[in-house]
Design a protein around this ligand. Structure first.
Ligand code: ADP
Length: 248
């Protein structure tokens, strides 16, 4: 049930820190159901861009829209989160002493839209969702194991699963494969591609091989704005992109 049209729309967005333009007239459109990779050298503005989308950083000017109805610049961080924008930071933050199942359960009850009094009544539905998410992240056989004994890759998938419990419409994922084995990277690629379509996914990633393996469309950020956009083949043969990466 992919809705067409943009899920996220940034127009002429700028933000300065002490006079330094970290984001400089940034224009970005993410289509509903799309899997987009954002690449760019250190300091290009990738983190600041994610901070602007989630409401952590307020731009000096420009427009940021979620779908066609939600002007994100009129909303604060918690309000934006309730629209269904989930963010995964680079380091996994799971509750190590709790089981995989309990981590997912907790992530669901953190949904403030579910009144505590309804939790008991919804528990059948909640369990179904947990099973569904366990299958999506491939951790069915680990469900009763403590999260602390999972591998690094498994912890990353669990954290993605925790975000999925809230049924986000847009997932922002920061460097998901850093520190992963080849096999874990492959599995992560499968997971992220399988999520796209049902929700939109924006991945910031440094590993070019990984980006090439998952992305249909890549956006290259440089000095706070879009330097190039297109398929990995298109952007990697763009002389401006080559220059920026050689100069790193
Ligand atoms: P990336 O994630 O692509 O490496 P960032 O968004 O972290 O880039 O940073 C973009 C630029 O803005 C960098 O030059 C960084 O030093 C600067 N910057 C980011 N956040 C702040 C801040 N809170 N205060 C001052 N400078 C910042």
């Amino acid at each position: 049930d992919v809705r067409h049209g943009p899920i996220l729309y940034l127009e002429d967005v700028s933000v300065s820190f002490d006079g330094f333009k970290a984001i400089n007239d940034l224009n970005l459109t993410i289509d509903d159901g799309e899997l987009r990779c954002i690449i760019g050298p250190n300091g290009a503005g990738k983190t600041t861009m994610m901070d602007i989308i989630t409401g952590k950083t307020r731009p000096d000017h420009g427009q940021v829209w979620f779908g066609s109805r939600h002007n994100l610049l009129t909303m604060n961080e918690p309000e934006i989160a309730t629209l269904g924008i989930g963010r995964k930071f680079q380091k996994p933050t799971v509750f190590e002493a709790l089981s995989v199942f309990e981590n997912l359960e907790l992530a669901m009850s953190a949904d403030k839209r579910v009144m505590p009094t309804l939790v008991a009544r919804l528990s059948g539905e909640a369990r179904d969702r947990i099973d569904e998410v366990l299958e999506m992240i491939g951790l069915q056989t680990e469900r009763d194991r403590a999260a602390g004994i999972l591998s690094h890759g498994q912890k990353q998938w669990l954290e993605i699963g925790m975000l999925l419990m809230q049924r986000p419409r847009l997932l922002l994922v920061d460097e998901p494969v850093a520190g992963m084995t080849e096999q874990e990277m492959e599995r992560t690629g499968e997971l992220l591609t399988s999520l796209a379509g049902k929700q939109s996914v924006v991945v910031v990633e440094h590993d070019m091989g990984f980006v090439r393996s998952i992305a249909r469309k890549v956006t290259v950020l440089h000095q706070g704005s879009v330097l190039a956009e297109g398929s990995m083949d298109q952007v990697s043969s763009d002389p401006r992109v080559v220059e920026v990466y050689l100069g790193e």
